[in-house]
Design a protein around this ligand. Structure first.
Ligand code: ZN
Ligand code: ZN
Length: 258
């Protein structure tokens, strides 16, 4: 994770309120282009300068080659409006840097998220490192809004499940049933990515079955009921289950009975 500071000085102070709105539009476009991580942000004013802190996967995430149509358009408008150029400053990086996939071609992709992470929800099925969304072909309207919409839904549902006080049972069902509303949305995203990239894209299904370890070894894909235990689990043993028919991947149950 790399942290960038994005700023622009507003030449005419009378334009500050409108420039503030234009700057907000640009930050939102950086989110849907996959360059900025996380939906939330705060814009602040320092004298006549608008400033926002942008978390991103790479040092180069905000480079112009990663800008989509809307980001380019917003930057042009903002710079014209402000009479100045956007400035990007590297503030630093996470102590333990999360590697980004550099594979020439991934064997497959995995759509996976959790309540706490703001990363791209796409993992490479070869190295299992993260794939920044801007590395994928444009998904919708030049950006990735439907993928991010699924990710924020998943985070909301996972938060209910983790907190355990409101809707835990409903949330667990949403995350572990391959035909829940959440799973249908996510599997639709997988199908869309697969269609655009030609790379098989799997959906991660949460496993909460109250099985013994022996029963887990005999378990079947919850969508097509075919045995789905892999001879060699994926990602150093994290994912022992995969169904190529249904494009589902899963882990051993979090509720293993003794
Ligand atoms: Zn990779
Ligand atoms: Zn299946």
């Amino acid at each position: 994770m790399h942290t960038h500071q994005l700023s622009i000085q507003v030449a005419d102070p009378a334009n500050l309120p409108d420039a503030f709105n234009e700057f907000e539009f640009l930050i939102s476009s950086y989110y849907t282009s996959g360059q900025k991580l996380g939906k939330q942000h705060t814009v602040y004013v320092d004298g006549n300068t608008l400033v926002c802190i942008i978390p991103a996967h790479e040092e180069t995430s905000l480079s112009t080659e990663n800008n989509n149509y809307y980001v380019t358009l917003r930057i042009e408008r903002l710079e014209e409006f402000c009479g100045n150029k956007i400035q990007v400053k590297q503030l630093g990086k996470a102590l333990e840097e999360q590697p980004v996939c550099t594979c020439a071609k991934s064997d497959f992709y995995l759509l996976i998220a959790d309540h706490a992470a703001i990363d791209s929800p796409i993992k490479c099925g070869t190295c299992f490192d993260v794939v920044p969304l801007y590395k994928l072909p444009a998904y919708y309207e030049h950006g990735y809004a439907p993928i991010l919409a699924w990710e924020t839904n998943y985070q909301a549902v996972d938060t209910l499940q983790i907190d355990g006080e409101v809707g835990e049972e409903w949330a667990t069902e949403q995350m572990s049933n391959p035909n829940s509303e959440l799973s249908i949305q996510g599997r639709g995203v997988c199908a869309g990515i697969e269609q655009k990239t030609g790379i098989n894209t799997y959906y991660y299904l949460h496993n909460t079955k109250e099985n013994t370890a022996e029963q887990e070894l005999d378990s079947v894909c919850p969508a097509c009921q075919i045995p789905w235990l892999l001879t060699t689990p994926l990602a150093n043993g994290i994912f022992p289950f995969k169904c190529d028919n249904c494009r589902l991947i899963s882990a051993f149950s979090v509720n293993l009975a003794g």
